[in-house]
Each structure stands twice: as C-alpha cells, then as structure tokens.
Design a protein around this ligand. Structure first.
Ligand code: BG6
Length: 463
C-alpha cells in the first residue's frame, strides 16, 4: 500500500460501545417478559446462564451515567423481543415497552445517540416451538414487532439495526436452536425468511420514521487464502461469498450472490421463495451497513476426503471447514487471544475496504473487541493494557480505512460493560467496565472502570 497523509475521524463520528439485551440485562422473567431461546438454553457445567447477566435491567441508570462519563456519543443495545411481546406474536407488554422508553430517554438526556438492534439471537421461545424462522409466521410476527418498535421509539431512535449476525445464526446454529440443530436445508430456509422479515422492517421503518436510518449487522470478515496457489484463492473466494457476501448482496442489491446460490443448488440447500419475496427484498434498501468485525479468517482448498470439517468449539470466529467447500487454514502471521481468536487489526482495514467498495454505503462498526480473563486487583482496578493495545491498533486501521475513502460513520467496540459471552459465560470479559461477579457467584455486581475505560475517554476527548 502506498502511504498517505491520515485523514481525521469526522467531527460527528459516533464513538460508541455495544451490548445485547440477553447478554447484559438479566431480569429474564421480570415485569411480564416472556422466555427466549436463550433463557431455555442450558450452558455447559461451570458456565453461567443468562438469567441475571450484568443486571443492567436494574442498573441501567448507573450504567448510562458511566457512558456519559466516558464521553460516548452513541450506545448500541438490542431490544428483547420477549419484553415487548412475551410470546413473540400476541399481546404487548406495557412494562417492557416502558423499560426501553426509559432507557432511550436516559440516553438522550445524556446526549448519547441510541443505536437499537431489533433482534440479537434471542428469538421468543414460543415462536421457536412453533417452527422458529423456518415457519413463515415468524416473518409476520417480526413485522408486527417492528411496527410496535417504530410506533413507540421511531421518533427518538435515529439508527436501527434489523438482525444481528444472521450469518452467524446460519453457520453456527448451536446456541440459537435449543434442543435440535436444524439441517442446512432448513437453515437456509430460516435465512431466507429472515431476509424477507428484514426487508419488511426496513420498508416499515422508512414509511413510519422520518429521519431514521436502518441497516443489517452481519459478522463480516475478509477471508484470506492460506497459500498463493489458485485453488486456495478460489476456496477463499467461495467461502467469503457463502459466509459474507450472501447476506449483504441480498440486503443491498436484493439478489442472491451467484457463488453462494450455486453452492446452495449443488448441495440441495436452496430455500422455497414465495412469489413477491424477491421484489419486496429488492425494494427495501438499507441506509447503512453495520459491521461486526473480530478477525479475518484463513482458509485453503478442500480435499473432499471426509476430513474438511474439523469442528472445534463452535465459535463464530473460528473457521471449521466444510466438506467439498473449504478447509480451515493456518495463519502464522497473526497473534491469537487466550480464547483462540485471531487478532488482525490490518484485516479490519481490508474488510472495511472490501465492504465499502462493494456496496458504497456508509459503514458503522457495530462490534469489535477483545475477550479476556480480566483480573480485579485488591485496590479495585483492572489493568487491561492488552485491550487498550487492541483498540488502539484497530482504531488506527479504521482511520486508515477512512483515509482510503471508506465512509465510516462510527465505531462501537464490544462491549461497553462486561456481559455473558454467547457460549463461554462470564469468564470471557469484553467490557470497558468491569462487573464484580463470577460465573457462579453474583457477588456485588458493582461496576468498576477498567484502564481501557479511561484510555477510551481520553481518546474520544482528543478526537
Ligand atoms: C458476536 C456477537 O458474534 O460476538 C455477540 O454478536 C458476542 O453477541 C460477540 O458476544 C463475542 O463473542 P463471544 O462468543 O465471545 O461472546
């Protein structure tokens, strides 16, 4: 790459932080909330469930005070569908509606822009029992839910995200489907139905909320070829199309990605598409794209000998390979976190450039961060210099991407506060704020600012 003079982050850049409802709120059955698939999911022994999480439901005012102290311009959170409509499709729960009114009002009173995700892995359990996303009735339920959200919060929330990491839910379905892992054929049907549901929500948002912007939030990762032989390059291309572009080509261009579609045809995974679906999807144009980025992935050509797939811990960021499609490759140029996730700050720049070049829509980094085993010191400090280093390097690459011409409107590290990891409990912490609890001991739940909190505060001030 040629060297250039760095461009500044824009003046109104959304320096933020993220969380999701089921990972942070707790109060899983309070004030009329219904159960979601996450509430009935049994974690492995020794790993906490999501029942209390970080108890944000009862601490939200204190948490927002900390956000204001940090100087956040935006906060990305998700709304729990089951607080608004406990069974997913029936009666509305007034207390649930009120909670998010209070949360959003508190953010606005502190000059923090709310960025609301409509659905982050926590499908109402009643809908799941009824076939979940494979059943088209879930599309209608999501449309009804979206309408309620826009009616209530449309005047106050400018940034909406439809579905968090639909591609993760399809490629790593274990955490989202308690009791049974659907076949790939069914998963691609679920995925198609989610595309229709997002399109309906996008159209409704544009119709009902004058100034709002709405977009998807997939997990996007540039895929590298392990070696420079053409068959590895092809495998990387295939996997990038199947894992990433499939989801954004539909959202932005309203069509299935060619390579992904031919893979689905070959494998017999193509979904049933009803008359009118594709027209509707094509009409619903997102205003921006949320990008959840953790690391790039490295792959090589399939051997197609029954050993391509090497399931590891089911992590969304760890490639496992797929028979006849690709194998997970090794990348000796990158470091790894204690949890085996690669660290690739330059990969963030590569990813942002690829996404922007392909879609030419404003981008918002909706997740990026480091999961670690932080330690609380006796003097109530947490020295997470490794997280500061991680963020510093990634922010720099984001600035380089802006310099390259990428229209980046904000950056929301994962996570504002410690929360329950998707499947590794409370031992894997991501927050800028430490929560005093352990896997099986709720302790004081006190909030303690980590060193990264102070560092980010300074960084925002100076930018
Ligand atoms: C993203 C999810 O995939 O990664 C978050 O949107 C998740 O919900 C984050 O917490 C980090 O992953 P994990 O598995 O370490 O919690």
């Amino acid at each position: 790459m040629f060297y250039k003079e760095l461009k500044e982050f824009p003046k109104d850049f959304l320096w933020g932080a993220s969380t999701s409802a089921y990972q942070v709120e707790g109060a899983y059955d309070e004030d009329g909330k219904g159960l979601s698939v996450q509430d009935v999911h049994t974690p492995p022994p020794g790993i906490t469930d999501f029942k209390v999480a970080s108890d944000h439901y009862h601490h939200y005012k204190e948490d927002i005070k900390l956000m204001a102290e940090l100087g956040l311009k935006a906060y990305r959170f998700s709304i729990a569908w089951t607080r608004i409509i406990p069974d997913g499709s029936g009666e509305v729960n007034e207390k649930g509606l009120q909670f998010y009114h209070d949360l959003i009002d508190e953010l606005l009173a502190n000059n923090i822009d709310p960025i609301a995700t409509m659905y982050h892995f926590d499908l109402p359990y009643k809908l799941h029992e009824n076939g979940g996303w494979a059943n088209r009735e879930t599309i209608d339920a999501f449309e009804k839910y979206s309408k309620i959200l826009f009616e209530n919060y449309g005047g106050k929330v400018k940034y909406w995200l439809t579905i968090n990491e639909q591609n993760v839910m399809i490629n790593h379905p274990n955490a989202m489907n308690p009791g049974r892992i659907p076949s790939k054929k069914e998963l691609y049907q679920q995925s198609h139905n989610m595309f229709v549901a997002s399109a309906k929500a996008t159209l409704l948002c544009h119709e009902m909320c004058e100034d709002a912007k709405i977009g998807p939030a997939p997990n996007i990762t540039a895929i590298y070829a392990e070696k420079c032989n053409p068959s590895d390059a092809l495998a990387a291309d295939d996997w990038e199309s199947i894992r990433c572009w499939l989801y954004l080509d539909i959202a932005v261009h309203g069509r299935y990605n060619t390579i992904a579609w031919s893979y689905m045809e070959e494998k017999g995974y193509t979904p049933d598409i009803e008359a009118g679906d594709m027209e509707l999807i094509a009409k619903a144009k997102p205003d921006y794209i949320g990008v959840n980025y953790y690391a790039t992935a490295t792959v090589c050509a399939s051997k197609n000998d029954g050993t391509d797939c090497q399931p590891r811990n089911g992590d969304q960021q760890v490639m496992i390979g797929e028979e006849g499609v690709y194998r997970a490759g090794v990348n000796n140029y990158l470091e790894q976190t204690d949890f085996g996730w690669m660290v690739d700050s330059i990969g963030l720049r590569v990813t942002l450039r690829r996404v922007y070049d392909r879609y030419h829509l404003p981008l918002l980094i909706t997740e990026n961060g480091l999961g670690a085993k932080d330690e609380l010191q006796a003097d109530k400090t947490v020295h997470d210099d490794y997280r500061i280093d991680y963020l510093k390097r990634h922010f720099h690459q984001a600035q380089l991407a802006i310099t390259d011409g990428v229209e980046l409107i904000g950056y929301c590290p994962w996570a504002f506060i410690d929360l329950v990891s998707t499947h590794q409990g409370y031992g894997k912490r991501y927050g800028l704020v430490y929560v005093d609890r352990e896997e099986d001991d709720l302790k004081s739940l006190e909030r303690i600012k980590k060193d990264s909190f102070y560092w980010y505060k300074e960084f925002i001030l100076n930018n």
